[in-house]
Design a protein around this ligand. Structure first.
Ligand SMILES: [Zn+2]
Length: 636
């Protein structure tokens, strides 16, 4: 009987029986200014960079023993790195032309505060270390990182989770583009402080993982030094099951996907283990194969992909034979991701130029005909029980690549290995990224002084209100839902929003609509790009709205005018409004009341809401809703 497990067999997972262990590693960016210089923490559009430098890494002997083999190979090929930047976001420190300053005090305060909320035991002295990074993603060739303490914990509804350590470190560059000759990076992200929180493996279910990540995010967001927005927090998952291996999953963008990503990884390891068992029962422990040249079979092929590959100089179609492999290569490990896809992904890390890797479980396909498949089988001598893989490229490369494929298969059929995987941005499928790095060799960063973590430094940092508690509190106080509170707080402080509400005499909802909906509406209907008003202007506007009793239409006209003039602050708003004829005549309340009485008569006993709707339509934004409502109540 086949030992192969299918995805459908694993719809329900018994986490305990499967021995799920999971830990989290969360990286949160700060907005405190860069860690070792005075540059701001702004990630900018790629076309705003007007400067670039090129660098080549050099190694001194003795260091190369512990570094990434793939990166070392690229370096040996003469690959260089290009860094793009502008004066706003990078300085001599970022270019590694000047020793680091700092570290940033607000960043240090934040990591102390965060650590306190996780009950961490601080070290007496904290030393920044250099962790070797040779892929070019940092100009120095190393990342500076400091562990501030160990042995903390936090609670979830399913139990206590340990904090193994909390680090303060610098972020690396953003990768812009990769070429064969060089990589292009932007310097804006490099040096932005990161707080890294690493938990122990006390997470035993996907739901608990989500809860743990939510609690950690809640604590991190409680600090004003926390950066907001897409990409400012990164969640990595460490996952293993019995018989499997610890796999690190990077690139989880959406917290809500964590449970599904975890379940998918459990299924992937379980199915992978079943493939190993199945092959063992078929007597396959190791694969070997001669490399066959089957080019002549494809001489007149109709397959576009094979044809294109055969246009390469000295190209061939080469094949390997895999005894007793039928059904294995096409077996699904994740949705639409098969054993052969795993092989292909790994092979591409060393042979990125290989565009097509075809296997027996999927052919005929891609324009390769049943006759061609039969000819391959006859030519290399496979039976119904066997499988084969075809690669078409320059003969020399195809040959090396197929030998590499054999190595990959031999590794995959012997065990589930520890590795790093990347989540596909579209969903929960993960792809092989690289082998699990060994613990990197670290050197003390002698340019940054050791920090004494005495009680003076630690005690002066107070613990802020938890972010979720704050949202609930402000939701009540502003009279809007939590998501609107988040929008408000992205723009202004709590105190500023409160002032705007009281100075404008508007409700939180009405103010929200003025600040957020109006801008969208003007952009959509008038095709004018909004301007981000400074708080001082917004406050003057709020005061003016109250003083002049502006209605929706007048407020809209003022915004349109300010947008057209591209103003984000105005020294004398009243002057500006007068000069631009933006102060409308005050509403004639008597006339409005007369009109309302007429409408009430016409409505002929219709309920309040219906009459209100009729009035709103009649005045079309020229009269404030509050006034209409009060006049209606008076007269109905
Ligand atoms: Zn700088």
């Amino acid at each position: 009987m086949s030992k192969l497990i299918f995805r459908d067999d694993l719809k329900e997972l018994d986490y305990k029986a499967m021995g799920l262990l999971c830990g989290l590693e969360i990286h949160q960016q700060l907005n405190s200014g860069k860690l070792f210089c005075c540059c701001p923490c702004n990630v900018m559009p790629n076309d705003s960079f007007d400067k670039k430098i090129s660098r080549r890494l050099r190694f001194s002997t003795g260091e190369s023993g512990t570094i990434d083999v793939a990166a070392l190979a690229e370096f040996k090929k003469g690959k260089f790195n290009e860094y793009i930047f502008n004066d706003e976001i990078a300085c001599l420190v970022d270019l590694d032309e000047e020793p680091p300053k700092g570290p940033s005090k607000p960043a240090l305060d934040a990591v102390i505060g965060v650590s306190k909320m996780f009950n961490l035991k601080f070290f007496d002295k904290v030393q920044f270390m250099r962790k070797l990074i040779i892929d070019g993603s940092v100009t120095t060739g190393f990342q500076r990182t400091a562990m501030v303490g160990q042995g903390g914990y936090f609670e979830t509804s399913q139990g206590k989770i340990e904090i193994l350590g909390i680090n303060l470190e610098e972020d690396s560059c953003r990768a812009i583009e990769r070429f064969d000759s060089h990589n292009v990076y932007s310097l804006d992200r490099q040096g932005i402080p990161l707080i890294e929180v690493t938990t122990g493996p006390q997470i035993y279910s996907p739901e608990q993982a989500l809860e743990a990540a939510t609690v950690i995010g809640d604590i991190l967001r409680s600090f004003k030094q926390t950066r907001r927005g897409l990409g400012t927090i990164r969640q990595d998952l460490n996952v293993s099951i019995i018989g499997g291996a610890r796999v690190e999953i990077k690139g989880t963008q959406n917290l809500k996907l964590i449970p599904e990503i975890l379940k998918d990884e459990m299924r992937r390891q379980k199915i992978h283990l079943s493939i190993i068992d199945e092959l063992k029962s078929r007597g396959v422990q190791k694969v070997t194969s001669e490399i066959f040249d089957v080019t002549s079979i494809f001489k007149d092929t109709e397959s576009a992909v094979v044809k294109t590959n055969l246009e390469i100089k000295n190209s061939s179609v080469l094949a390997i034979k895999l005894d007793n492999f039928t059904g294995i290569l096409g077996h699904e490990l994740q949705e639409n991701h098969r054993f052969a896809s795993e092989v292909s992904d790994r092979n591409k890390k060393h042979f990125p130029m290989i565009k097509g890797l075809f296997h027996s479980d999927e052919l005929p396909k891609y324009g390769i005909t049943p006759e061609e498949v039969e000819s391959v089988k006859t030519s290399i001598g496979t039976t119904e029980k066997d499988g084969f893989i075809l690669i078409c490229n320059e003969k020399n490369i195809a040959e090396k690549s197929l030998n590499n494929v054999l190595d990959i298969i031999n590794q995959l059929i012997s065990s589930v290995e520890e590795e790093v995987r990347q989540v596909d941005p579209k969903g929960t499928v993960t792809k092989f990224s690289r082998p699990m790095p060994g613990s990197a060799r670290m050197y003390p960063e002698t340019d940054v002084q050791t920090i004494e973590f005495d009680s003076e430094l630690v005690d002066e940092i107070s613990i802020p209100e938890l972010y979720s508690t704050k949202l609930d509190r402000l939701s009540k106080s502003f009279g809007v839902d939590n998501s609107k509170v988040v929008d408000f707080l992205d723009k202004y402080s709590e105190e500023q929003v409160s002032s705007l509400i009281s100075e404008s005499s508007k409700t939180g909802t009405a103010l929200y609509s003025i600040i957020f909906d109006l801008a969208k509406d003007i952009k959509k209907r008038d095709k004018i790009e909004p301007v981000d008003f400074k708080y001082s202007l917004m406050l003057d506007l709020a005061k003016s709205i109250k003083e002049n009793n502006f209605n929706q239409n007048s407020i809209r006209d003022i915004f349109v005018s300010l947008y057209k003039d591209r103003l984000n602050e105005v020294s004398n708003l009243q002057d500006y409004l007068e000069k631009n004829n933006l102060i409308s005549e005050p509403v004639d309340e008597v006339a409005v009341e007369e009109k309302i009485k007429e409408i009430i008569l016409k409505a002929n006993g219709a309920p309040f809401g219906a009459v209100m709707g009729m009035c709103m339509k009649e005045f079309a934004g020229a009269v404030d809703g509050k006034l209409i409502s009060s006049l209606l109540k008076k007269n109905m």
